[in-house]
Design a protein around this ligand. Structure first.
Ligand SMILES: CC(=O)OC[C@H](N)C(=O)O
Length: 318
């Protein structure tokens, strides 16, 4: 007889494992956390979407991303093959996103196949405009940072450009009402850069976030052209209104509007549906919850100088 592969101790554990399985299979345990795929569509794949974004980066910035040796004579061939792959991969992910939301809300999604191909194509048709706007972000990064030695350095190295590539892709998919995929793409950039921009945020041309870590830009923000943020800036909501049933009201405009050429320095927090007028400069760590007229300069109170460093230490010890 063949010897059991399990030790006596392992076999003794089996009934206990079975009890765990029983509990996890009870409807009251899984109901709130179980996703049933619809029409054979599993959840969107983060791996496939990462490939879509990498391929889009190669299409938008040839030579910087994707095949390193792109020459002008071969660009059409690289691009055509790449766009063909993106079209197929993205259609499938859009289909999965559509089926995901239908499963969540028990909708009927019989046209998901046609919807996903049409939507992927409409997105691809926006690529030339996405590239045009991203080129203005690159210019803003190069012209806005004395430490940047060339526009190419910002394309290849700057978290702001990584975040904006993801954002401008995600925002177009969001505008096309694609469920969940835009958010997955935004969160990829968030993990990579520490910059958290909701795909719904409307951001004008020539946008630059210097350094970037800890920046948060909320869903209903509207940002004009030529704005600049530094690390740790929050453009957030001030309150969370609830409906008669005590449920959070979703989707209402609740984040700031920054008019053109606004600069917000490190650590500042700007909250609520307020308007920050053109050309305003908000200093580091300032907290703003009211409208600000154009051309304002907001600064934190100056920190006072201690009488002497000896005294500071002595006071600290007492
Ligand atoms: C950025 C921010 O305000 O976050 C709070 C919340 N997620 C909201 O969107 O309102």
């Amino acid at each position: 007889m063949k010897k059991s592969q399990f030790t006596p101790e392992e076999l003794q554990g089996m009934p206990q494992l079975e009890a765990v399985v029983d509990e996890l299979c009870a409807p009251e345990s899984y109901e709130a956390v179980y996703h049933q795929s619809l029409h054979g569509a599993p959840m969107p794949s983060t791996e496939a979407l990462a490939e879509v974004v990498e391929r889009l980066k190669a299409a938008l910035f040839p030579g910087y991303y994707g095949p390193a040796r792109v020459v002008l004579q071969s660009m059409r061939y690289h691009l055509s093959a790449n766009l063909d792959s993106i079209y197929r991969l993205l259609s499938e992910q859009i289909r999965r996103g559509g089926c995901f939301i239908c499963a969540e809300f028990a909708n009927d999604c019989t046209s998901c196949e046609r919807y996903s191909h049409e939507t992927a194509m409409r997105f691809l048709q926006r690529l030339p405009e996405i590239r045009r706007v991203l080129a203005t972000d690159v210019r803003a990064a190069f012209e806005g940072d004395p430490a940047a030695k060339s526009p190419g350095e910002t394309i290849f190295c700057y978290p702001s450009i990584t975040a904006m590539i993801h954002h401008r892709i995600a925002h177009e998919l969001y505008r096309l009402d694609v469920p969940i995929i835009p958010r997955i793409i935004s969160e990829m950039a968030h993990s990579k850069t520490g910059i958290d921009i909701h795909p719904g945020a409307q951001i004008g041309e020539e946008f630059f976030i210097d350094h970037g870590t800890g920046v948060v830009v909320g869903e209903t923000c509207i940002i004009g052209r030529g704005c600049r943020l530094y690390q740790g800036v929050t453009l957030g909501a001030l309150s969370f209104p609830k409906d008669g049933d005590g449920k959070l009201v979703k989707g209402t405009p609740r984040h700031p509007i920054l008019e053109d050429n606004v600069t917000v320095y490190a650590g500042a927090t700007v909250l609520g549906r307020i308007t920050i007028g053109t050309g305003t400069i908000i200093g580091g760590n300032v907290w703003v919850t009211h409208d600000v007229p154009a051309g304002s300069k907001l600064a934190q109170a100056r920190s006072s100088v201690a009488e002497s460093s000896d005294k500071m230490v002595a006071n600290g010890r007492r």
